[in-house]
Design a protein around this ligand. Structure first.
Ligand code: PMV
Length: 311
């Protein structure tokens, strides 16, 4: 018997950074766009041995370090206990996007694991019915940002939990890959460190205010306003990193070059993509559908993974 599930990644425009407890309750609300084309696939099958994980063949290989593996299996165990699933299982997972592209693959991984474990639980207890809101809440305990991956295309995650948000705007996504290799500070560590920054004071209010403004600007299609809010927001988060004690950071000269190019595009043409960065060096762009042909020029010479076919 084998169960399968997949879940998308998401990119936050208002960032979840800082948490108030170990079950990943956030210091501030966040807003994200779900990246349906960038997914994690999970398969679970029973085994005689202890619960274990391996890479699912045929897709982009994931490597999990010891901490990552522990977190993943601990989440599986939590769900198994909750839904009273007996026995031991082999979990296989992989992404359809490369591991080095600076995507919060923990979001899609934990969302997909939560969904697959739910499917598994339903094989034992077919009457079990769990809503997306509850699956999202459970997934949050494994990885905070994963709770937004249950709603598409836009999700907001506040103190009450994550939910879909009505914004009538479908976008394209590109991530400019400027650096490979593992991060020296994980996002889990980043959440713990940012309160040590003197700039952390006021962070919650700044993020909440931006969220309200961004939701309105997206709904009204005030594109430049959206760009300005997203730009300020990711710099706010990266400034927290660089002013934490001890300081840390993710931007490389390559990131700065891409950011400068995008700002130049906005300055010369009064139009451009929404720009954001996660806890990584790569630069994420969200574009309106009518910008895709221009984006071929904007991205010229850059190594980018795009939601549209590129030649
Ligand atoms: O879910 P975590 O603990 O990997 O946190 C991710 C945090 C950011 O990606 C930096 C921002 C966000 O809201 O996704």
């Amino acid at each position: 018997m084998k169960v399968k599930a997949s879940a998308p990644s998401n990119i936050a425009l208002i960032k979840y950074m800082g948490k108030t407890n170990e079950t990943n309750l956030p210091s501030n609300s966040s807003l994200s766009y779900t990246l349906e084309h960038l997914r994690t696939f999970v398969e679970i099958e029973s085994t005689q041995h202890n619960d274990s994980w391996e890479a699912l063949p045929g897709l982009e290989p994931i490597t999990l370090n010891e901490t990552g593996l522990k977190k993943f299996l601990a989440h599986f165990d939590r769900l198994k206990n909750l839904w009273e699933v007996p026995g031991h299982f082999l979990i296989r997972s992989a992404n359809n996007f490369p591991a080095d592209c600076g995507l919060a693959s923990s979001a899609s991984s934990f969302a997909a694991l939560t969904k697959a474990t739910y499917e598994l639980a339903r094989t034992v207890r077919p009457q079990l019915q769990v809503s997306d809101a509850e699956l999202s809440r459970l997934s949050r305990m494994g990885s905070g940002s994963s709770c937004r991956s249950f709603f598409s295309p836009w999700a907001v995650w506040s103190a009450e939990g994550a939910k879909p948000v009505e914004i009538n705007l479908e976008l394209e996504h590109a991530v400019v890959i400027v650096a490979g290799g593992a991060k020296s500070v994980s996002s889990s560590q980043a959440h713990k460190r940012v309160p040590s920054s003197l700039l952390f004071s006021g962070r919650t209010q700044r993020a909440e205010q931006r969220l309200v403004k961004l939701e309105a600007s997206l709904a009204n299609k005030e594109w430049q306003e959206c760009f300005e809010i997203c730009w300020t927001e990711f710099w706010d988060m990266h400034a927290l990193f660089e002013t934490s004690q001890p300081a840390f950071g993710y931007m490389t000269p390559g990131s700065i070059e891409v950011l400068a190019r995008m700002r130049g595009i906005w300055q010369t043409s009064g139009d451009g993509p929404l720009v954001t960065m996660d806890a990584g060096a790569n630069v994420h762009l969200l574009l309106r559908k009518d910008q895709v042909s221009k984006a071929r020029v904007w991205l010229g010479g850059l190594n980018a993974l795009t939601s549209w076919p590129r030649q």
